[in-house]
Ligand binder design. Sequence first.
Ligand SMILES: *Cc1c(COP(=O)(O)O)cnc(C)c1O
Length: 381
Amino acid sequence: MKRSEFSPNGSAVENLIRQTLKKCHSPVMIIRKSLLRKQYERFRIHLPKVTPYYAIKANPHPEIVKTFLRLGANFDVASANEMNLVLSLGAHPDRMIFANTIKSAEDLQAAYRRRVRLMTFDNEPELYKIAKHAPGSRVIVRIKVENIGSIVELSLKFGADAEHAVFLLRKAKGLGLRPEGVSFHVGSQCSNVENYVHALEVAAQIFREAKQEGLHLSILDIGGGFPIRHTDQDKQPVFEIMARKIRAEMSRLFDKKTKFIAEPGRFLVGPAGILVTQVIGRTFRNNKNYYYLNDGIYGDFSGIVFDHCKYELKTLRRGQRFLSTVAGPTCDSLDTISLSEELPELDVGSIVYVKNIGAYSSASAVQSFNGFAPAKIILVD
Ligand SMILES: *Cc1c(COP(=O)(O)O)cnc(C)c1O
């Protein structure tokens, strides 16, 4: 859309929302492809030696995957379902890393059949499983690193102790696998660059130790975690500043021939998403305006629970603001989006929207987050 097509009253985003609602009902998640491309370019420009593997769990919509595929990205998949999706859209199996350190036997067999060879692990039983179901795979040991200040902690659940890494890599080799590198994840929405710096130092030490033991490692996977601005008040993007430091540390600590990869999720897709909802009911209780939206915690606001995210609710209304509660449509009181939002007076039909909500929102609202389907219901007598 050209700038001139926008009405003078209201931002480009507000106009985009009005245009969209002429064509479809709310709730609707608008994904701006221009921003997918912009984020991808930002990543490439500021970390030029790092090959991005888009972590599709952040948003597996096929059009998003296709957009990154066309841009030349590789992919981080965590289950056979995610793998199948990316393959079905035309990605070559070499462009994928199976980056879940815990993989079911069935999923490993699927990876083997489909020639997805690169995968991460962080424990010895997993190696036996990989050797059995996906023999000869190329494996990367994921280590536990500091997640200080990151909004979503990942080292609570994943990562081998760094001091066991070389033992595990040797073990992999003994089982006929191909030990190729080290990976880590500093926690999602990480704005503390020291987490990366520290992790790079630990990884470099493992590379050195491995070399002494006759194992040549060639891949360093720096994971995801790269932060985005969630609200207009957030400070200017820190990504560029962090990237500069990460670049410097990578060249200081690693051999020129090292192949660097990363698994960005949120960073690539978060800024592209605008969620548009409408008020379906309103009341006054507890001395506050209560607004009920047609989307909530069980839907695209699922990130409030799963992503520990505080979204910025915006409206097209101007005027005096009042303390308000905003809730979702379900009959569950957990389905409350905010207890203390300063909002102008809204009516049934008023639009409430959120920017920068493209990652971990609709993705964790669906039944099969990360490609894992819930239990099937069977009825018996
Ligand atoms: C979730 C996840 C990612 C993506 O993390 P972001 O913080 O969204 O960049 C990357 N790698 C692994 C293994 C993950 O689990």
